[in-house]
Design a binder for this molecule. Structure first.
Ligand SMILES: Nc1ncnc2c1ncn2[C@@H]1O[C@H](COP(=O)(O)OP(=O)(O)O)[C@@H](O)[C@H]1O
Ligand SMILES: [Mg+2]
Length: 225
């Protein structure tokens, strides 16, 4: 069973066909890069996968669940990293992770928080307020927060857009570790280097459709210009 199956997925906003007959299958255990220019429909696709947007038509299956009906079950088994940092700056690093662990009904919260701190390499900053962290630390925490419930599927929407090169490399290292640990990853990006570096397979999206599917070496570089 694939981790994700999308068939003839459509979503429009007024006269804009944001997603326009998109087909995509993501096998378990791979990192798939959804590569496409701004406005291609990547975020809209991601939002339909998490149940934040309802498709006009088409089929969505995530980890064996049919969306939007079973969005709740699907969400419980997936981790999500939003494009924009929405960490809670009023509480500590540790409490950010604790709150999410509770939301996801994790049984052993202390263990989950500890593991996430290891992933983020923030054990020594656990009692600090989020606004005392560097940009790179915040990003690592944002990624680790999406992993507190050990999801089988991890979705990252443009995980490094607008980041400094050094922070980008830190996030890449984290994704690389996850990928080698066997988590299925769907990552959208408009950076070809990011797709080349991290993805086992790339699906090129333009105008709401997947127009090409390739391993990174074989991807048509013109597609994203
Ligand atoms: N909530 C919305 N309301 C109106 N138009 C939207 C909305 N969300 C996305 N769009 C439009 O849909 C198209 C695809 O957007 P999006 O999925 O965000 O693309 P990407 O993430 O690839 O940049 C764009 O033309 C965008 O302006
Ligand atoms: Mg987007």
């Amino acid at each position: 069973m694939p981790a994700i199956e999308l068939h003839d997925l459509k979503k429009s906003f007024g006269s804009i066909n944001a997603v326009d007959g998109l087909d995509l299958v993501v096998d378990e255990g791979i990192c798939l890069g959804l590569l496409g220019p701004n406005g291609a429909g990547k975020s809209t696709t991601m939002k339909m996968l998490t149940g934040q947007a309802i498709p006009d038509s088409g089929v969505i299956r995530v980890l064996g669940y049919e969306l939007p009906g079973e969005a709740k079950q699907a969400r419980a088994a997936m981790g999500v990293v939003p494009q924009l940092d929405n960490l809670d700056i009023d509480v500590t690093v540790e409490d950010n992770l604790r709150i999410f662990s509770r939301l996801y009904r994790v049984k052993d919260i202390d263990a989950a928080v500890d593991r996430a701190l290891d992933i983020a390499r923030l054990q020594d900053r656990r009692k600090d307020a989020v606004d005392e962290l560097s940009g790179g630390m915040r990003r690592r925490l944002l990624v680790a927060r999406g992993l507190v419930h050990s999801p089988r599927l991890f979705l990252l929407d443009e995980p490094t857009v607008g980041l400094d090169p050094q922070i980008r490399t830190e996030v890449w290292d984290l994704i690389e570790e996850l990928r080698s640990g066997g988590t299925t990853i769907l990552m959208s990006t408009h950076y070809i280097e990011e797709a080349e570096r991290l993805a086992d397979e790339v699906a090129v999206v333009a105008a709401g459709k997947v127009i090409a599917r390739a391993t990174p070496e074989g991807t048509d570089r013109r597609a994203c210009r």
